[in-house]
Design a protein around this ligand. Structure first.
Ligand SMILES: NC(=O)c1ccc[n+]([C@@H]2O[C@H](COP(=O)([O-])OP(=O)(O)OC[C@H]3O[C@@H](n4cnc5c(N)ncnc54)[C@H](O)[C@@H]3O)[C@@H](O)[C@H]2O)c1
Length: 176
């Protein structure tokens, strides 16, 4: 499985999946973060470096800035930033550029989940057209509430609502 954007949301998610036994590939354009992770170092408060080091050593977690690895992935969680503009609407450029890169290596049967905070309709209006430019279909987003430092709710136990473009997409997302 793959995580695109290894920040406050993406890195804890990547390590939770890796700890659950999945083989996780993280993709981030920030080469500094990629290098730190591959050296077993965490740069996020809620993620323990010892844990990252062990997952890297056991080859359950790896990081790269090269999107061509998407060709080998079954699932992707998009966790790129959506900062608010002066006009208070989210800057969609990070989602758009990530989707354009994913689309180059997108393949049948692949599940794509949008984790980034955004307005309702983003998946169908922004993500879906980019990912289906080659004729394939995509899954849909799942809202989440990452709250760094919160002792009670962390990546492992935050409930999520999942919605899919079609009933089959919803089933696949829920199963995931
Ligand atoms: N941090 C939170 O508490 C929180 C909570 C809920 C939702 N969110 C949402 O989750 C999303 C991610 O937030 P965050 O705090 O993890 O952001 P962040 O800035 O910590 O991390 C985002 C990462 O994405 C990378 N990135 C940017 N563009 C990329 C691209 N095109 N391809 C690959 N990687 C790319 C950046 O280098 C960065 O490492 C945002 O939409 C945010 O609003 C954040």
């Amino acid at each position: 499985m793959g995580i695109v954007g290894l920040g406050y949301v993406g890195l804890p998610l990547a390590t939770e999946f890796a700890k659950a036994g999945f083989s996780v590939t993280g993709i981030d354009l920030d080469q500094g973060k990629v290098d730190q992770l591959n050296q077993g170092m965490s740069y996020i408060q809620d993620v323990d470096s010892r844990e990252v080091k062990q997952l890297i050593q056991e080859k359950r977690l790896s990081a790269t800035s090269d999107f061509s690895v998407v060709a080998e992935l079954d699932t992707i969680n998009i966790c790129v930033p959506t900062p608010l503009r002066k006009t208070k609407d989210p800057d969609m450029s990070f989602i758009q550029s990530a989707c354009q890169e994913i689309a180059r290596y997108f393949h049948p049967g692949m599940l794509v989940i949008l984790e980034s905070t955004t307005y309702p309709g983003t998946t169908e209006e922004v993500v879906l057209p980019l990912l289906t430019s080659n004729g394939l279909r995509a899954g849909k987003d799942s809202p989440e509430r990452v709250d760094p430092g919160n002792p009670q709710y962390q990546t492992r136990n935050i409930p999520k609502v999942v919605g899919g473009v079609t009933p089959a997409c919803t089933s696949m997302g829920a199963l995931f």
